[in-house]
Ligand binder design. Structure first.
Ligand code: PLP
Length: 453
């Protein structure tokens, strides 16, 4: 099919006249020659406006733990919430129940505030950390992502930082210090120089928006120690990993670290817009109305979202959803590992649980003997250890153009829908089954075998 015969082309052509760049979030415009317009979702699949079916690993960029079909229990609860009237601006029990569910399962969380996106959650966490400590500087990881607001749209390093977007004042870059992930010397140096001004260190437990980069052994412990030593807060941004990695305990349970504050979003809204910040009561009480740090929102704790999130998490708990998605993730990563060993030994299989990504790194190890089997685990005795990405910069140094321009379209042509660049994570959902994984592996094999060398 010629692309200009595709109805997506017509839809996009029309969208360009009313939406900026034809989309409402820039990554959606990335696919070439035009984005695929969705007609509907079914289980693990997206069906486009031409009726083409794709096995979907975008999964809404993370929220759709259960896939595209809501289980009956979720659908019924959501419908009831809609029938009751969509929202009130007056408290409801369902907000309390979702908060209790999170508090029951995530060790570090004693109080919560629900907001409407991951961006709002990290904005609230930043203000809270600053208000609580009376300090302004926040340390973040290069290649980390915390949403589209001023405090975290900052690039560079401790000695040379600048706004990461036009429109962000230099003043924000003065207060945000990016460091390389997994680099203990760099974070120690920042604390040596700025320790008494640092309100918080904010990190994703694993980099989930810049390839997938897992923490090296001991890195989180170092962050925890440095924060304790200097009176700074440790904030885990679990917007992607929350209620996905590490099951109901989240990534902080998997890694055995207690942050002071945690941000959530994506999965906890069951496919509806959501965010939350949670943590120790003593810190959380500083938010209004009990404290002086302002936070508020018309749609905060939206009853339809709360119902969808709560029923999704209850369903996940009752149906061993995490065992299912984690097993399929493992099957995918180990299958990918076998394929790259034969066809592209320089590439790195990354991910954990239901997250996976093939990173087009450039150098092959001399031997594969004894390497990590189902994706890089940052094991120091693996022959790939020095070649596997440890930082965002390592991921950016890969063949990102080949990924985007050659690999992505070849996968899409064969019915496998991935995010359109090497940076965004891919997700297995509860709706995927082993056959989907095996077919997807065949497609990877075909595409990686055909590539030009
Ligand atoms: C997606 C994401 C955000 C931003 O969340 P939005 O709901 O898109 O505003 C923040 N942090 C992380 C780690 C994310 O993955």
């Amino acid at each position: 099919m010629q692309y200009h015969d595709s109805t997506s082309y017509e839809h996009y052509d029309r969208a360009l006249e009313s939406l900026v760049g034809g989309v409402n979030s820039p990554v959606r415009a990335a696919p070439q020659p035009t984005p695929t317009f969705v007609d509907h979702g079914e289980g693990a699949e997206i069906i486009d406006t031409d009726g083409n079916r794709y096995t979907d690993y975008v999964m809404g960029y993370g929220p759709l733990l259960l896939g595209h079909d809501l289980p009956d229990s979720v659908r019924e609860t959501v419908s009831r919430a809609v029938d009751d009237g969509p929202m009130y601006g007056v408290p409801t029990d369902v907000e309390v129940e979702l908060a209790e569910f999170v508090i029951d399962h995530v060790e570090s969380v004693e109080r919560l505030r629900f907001v409407n996106s991951g961006t709002e959650a990290t904005a609230a966490a930043a203000r809270l950390a600053r208000g609580y400590t009376g300090r302004d500087k926040i340390v973040v990881m290069q290649g980390g992502y915390h949403g589209g607001h001023e405090s975290f749209l900052v690039d560079g390093d401790v000695d040379d930082r600048k706004p990461g977007s036009a429109g962000v004042p230099d003043a924000f870059a003065a207060e945000t210090i990016p460091v390389p992930f997994n680099n203990e010397d760099a974070i120690r140096d920042v604390f040596d120089r700025h320790g008494s001004d640092i309100a918080a260190v904010l990190t994703e437990p694993l980099l989930g928006n810049c390839g997938i980069v897992l923490p090296i052994e001991g890195y989180h412990e170092t962050l925890r120690e440095l924060c304790d030593e200097h009176g700074s807060l440790l904030i885990f941004d679990e917007v992607i990993t929350g209620f996905r990695i590490g099951g109901l305990e989240c990534a902080q349970g998997k890694y055995g670290i207690e942050p002071d504050l945690t941000t959530f979003a994506k999965v906890i809204g069951g496919g509806f817009p959501v965010g939350a910040v949670g943590g120790r009561a003593e810190i959380m009480q500083k938010l209004t109305p009990t404290g002086e740090v302002f936070e508020s929102g018309t749609f905060n704790g939206h009853p339809v979202t709360m119902a969808a999130g709560l029923e999704t998490l209850r369903f996940a708990k009752a149906n061993n959803v995490y065992a299912h998605v984690d097993d399929l993730g493992e099957r995918l990563r180990s299958g990918l590992q076998d394929i790259v060993e034969d066809h592209a030994p320089e590439y790195t299989v990354a991910g954990t649980g239901s997250m996976f990504k093939l990173l087009f790194t450039r150098e092959a190890p001399e031997t594969m003997d004894g390497h990590c089997r189902a994706g890089c685990k940052q094991r120091p005795d693996c022959p790939r250890y020095d070649l596997c990405p440890k930082t965002g910069a390592d991921v950016r140094a890969g063949e990102t153009d080949r990924w985007k321009r050659i690999f992505w379209p070849a996968m899409a042509d064969r019915g496998v829908l991935l995010p359109p660049n090497q940076f965004e994570s891919q997700f297995v959902s509860y709706a995927h089954i082993e056959d989907d994984i095996d077919q997807t592996l065949e497609v990877y094999q075909e595409v990686l075998t055909k590539r030009n060398r």
